[in-house]
Design a protein around this ligand. Structure first.
Ligand SMILES: CC(C)(COP(=O)(O)OP(=O)(O)OC[C@H]1O[C@@H](n2cnc3c(N)ncnc32)[C@H](O)[C@@H]1OP(=O)(O)O)[C@@H](O)C(=O)NCCC(=O)NCCS
Length: 116
C-alpha cells in the first residue's frame, strides 16, 4: 500500500492511496482514501493526485485503475466520471457495510523501447 501526498509550501494538503495487491490478479490498482484539505478543494489538487496515482500504477504494470465512492458523494463521483471513470459494480465497505459504487478507467499501456 502506497500513498501519494500533495505538498504546498511544505504542508501536506492532499493524499491518495494506491492498493496494488488487492486486485492485482485482474491487473487493477485500487485508488482509495482520496482527500484534499477542505479550504483548498476545487483548485485541481484532487485531479492532480488521481492522475499522478494513475501514472504510478500504469508504470508498475496496472491495466486499469479503480475507485470506490459512497452513494451520497456526488461531488467525488462527478469528478471521477469527468476523469474517464465508468461505474461497473458495487461492493460493501469492509468497515461500515455501506454500499460503495465501483468505477474503473483503463490505463494507457506502456511500452519500453530497448536500446541495443
Ligand atoms: C473529492 C475531492 C478529493 C476532490 O478534490 P479537489 O481537489 O476539490 O478536486 P479538483 O479541484 O480536482 O476538482 C473538483 C472540482 O473543482 C473543479 N476545478 C478544478 N480546478 C479548478 C480551478 N482551477 N478553478 C475552479 N474549479 C476547478 C473541477 O472541475 C471540479 O468541479 P466539479 O465540482 O464541478 O466536479 C475533495 O472534494 C475531498 O477531499 N472531499 C472530501 C473527501 C472525499 O469525499 N473523498 C473522496 C472519497 S471517494
Amino acid at each position: 500500500m502506497d500513498f501519494l501526498v500533495a505538498v504546498a509550501n511544505d504542508y501536506a494538503v492532499g493524499r491518495i492511496g494506491i492498493d496494488r495487491e488487492r486486485k492485482a490478479g485482474e491487473g487493477v490498482a485500487v485508488l482509495w482514501s482520496l482527500a484534499v484539505m477542505p479550504n483548498l478543494q476545487r483548485l485541481g489538487i484532487g485531479t492532480a493526485l488521481i492522475r499522478a496515482a494513475e501514472d504510478d500504477a500504469g508504470n508498475q504494470g496496472a491495466l486499469a485503475a479503480e475507485i470506490g465512492v459512497e452513494a451520497w458523494n456526488n461531488d467525488a463521483r462527478r469528478l471521477y466520471e469527468r476523469l474517464g471513470y465508468t461505474a461497473f459494480g458495487r461492493e460493501e465497505d469492509t468497515e461500515t457495510g455501506e454500499p460503495i459504487e465501483l468505477l474503473r478507467r483503463s490505463l494507457p499501456s506502456c511500452s519500453v523501447a530497448e536500446n541495443n
